[in-house]
Each structure stands twice: as C-alpha cells, then as structure tokens.
Design a protein around this ligand. Structure first.
Ligand SMILES: Cc1cc2nc3c(=O)[nH]c(=O)nc-3n(C[C@H](O)[C@H](O)[C@H](O)COP(=O)(O)O)c2cc1C
Length: 176
C-alpha cells in the first residue's frame, strides 16, 4: 500500500477485532515509525510500550472498557514527557500526535486497524491506572492508547469537509 492509499484508507475503528494475531515483528516495525516521527528540537519526547501479552491486554481492557480494547490483539501505548524542551515551552502533545499518526498509517498499510484513544483516557484516572500497571515513571504520562487488530465488523468512515471548506491558496478562502 502506498502512502496516499494508507492516508485515505486509515480510519479509527472502535468495534470488535477478530482473532487474527499481530506479530511482534509488525508491532516493532510500527513502533519504529513512531520513533522516526519528527519531534520539537528532536528531543524525541514520546516513548512507546508495545503490548502483546493477552493477560496485560485484558487488564488494560478492564481499565478502559471499550469493545476495541476488550478484543484487541495488541496495543501500543504512547507515553509523553511534559518537561519543557525550548525555554519554558512544551511540545509533548504535538510530539505524541506526530508519532501516533505515523503508527496509525503503518498499521493501516499492514492491514490492521486501531483507534486513537486520548480523550477516553482522561476520565476516571484511566491514563494513570494504565501507567501504574505498566510501570511508567511518575514524571511521564500515558498519553495515547492504540488498541490494534483486524476489524470484525465494517464501520462507517468519518467524513471530511470539502477541500474548499478546509483549505485555500495564497489567502484565506471559504474555510469554515
Ligand atoms: C487528539 C485526538 C484525541 C482523540 N481521542 C479519542 C478518544 O478518546 N476516543 C475515540 O474514540 N477517538 C478519539 N480520537 C479519534 C477521533 O475521534 C477521530 O480521529 C475522528 O473522529 C475522525 O475519524 P477518523 O480518525 O476515523 O478519520 C481522537 C483523535 C485525536 C486526534
């Protein structure tokens, strides 16, 4: 799958996954695309934890009760480091976002789906509880969780506004 096909094919999948495993080699290659992502001042603030232990996946699914987590065959946790990298400026959310988009595209190209779970981790101390389970140091935070697998159902693709409503050339146009 070429890059443009991966970009247009990728979508967040929140349903159940089927029983197809995610090999460790695939997870490693996907995490490598996160490592290759740009980061502010190249400080490489995000860290990653690949999870392919079914017992651990089940424990995370208990903390994060969603069909995609319950049936995930693997997970990747993106861990942020909110320490400033330029004066007192932080870029940890942007760094994590760049890494996660790379990894979502890589997963798509391998035929797997996922969903970007960030907002979902911000209630009920879910991020903190996953961090504790995985031994994440207290100065770092579980920022984004990607449950991974092959979809068992088809889900509607989220639409996008037209090019004209999102973009223009040389000056502001008809963007909303
Ligand atoms: C910063 C950010 C946080 C997100 N958090 C969640 C989340 O907590 N739960 C969820 O189901 N989707 C989450 N998403 C996924 C978006 O809902 C999804 O990308 C959007 O609806 C567009 O759909 P698509 O990714 O399928 O194209 C998040 C996406 C971003 C960029």
């Amino acid at each position: 799958m070429d890059l443009f096909e991966a970009i247009s094919t990728r979508s967040c999948y929140r349903g159940e996954f089927n029983d197809v495993p995610v090999p460790r080699e695939i997870l490693t290659q996907v995490i490598e695309t996160g490592i290759l992502a740009p980061s502010a001042c190249n400080k490489q603030s995000p860290s990653f934890i690949g999870i392919d232990d079914p017992e651990l996946i089940a424990k995370i699914a208990e903390i994060t009760p969603m069909p995609a987590c319950k049936t995930a065959k693997a997970m990747i946790v993106c861990v942020s480091d909110s320490r400033p990298v330029y004066g007192d400026t932080t870029f940890y959310k942007e760094d994590c976002a760049a890494a996660v988009e790379n990894m979502l595209l890589a997963l798509t190209s391998f035929g797997y789906s996922s969903v970007w779970l960030d907002g979902a981790l911000r209630r009920d101390n879910i991020a903190e509880r996953i961090g504790e389970l995985l031994g994440v140091p207290l100065h770092k935070r579980v920022q984004i969780l990607l449950p991974i697998g092959v979809p068992a159902t088809t889900a509607p693709k989220a639409g996008r506004l037209s090019f004209e409503k999102r973009a223009s050339f040389n000056s502001w146009g008809d963007q909303e």
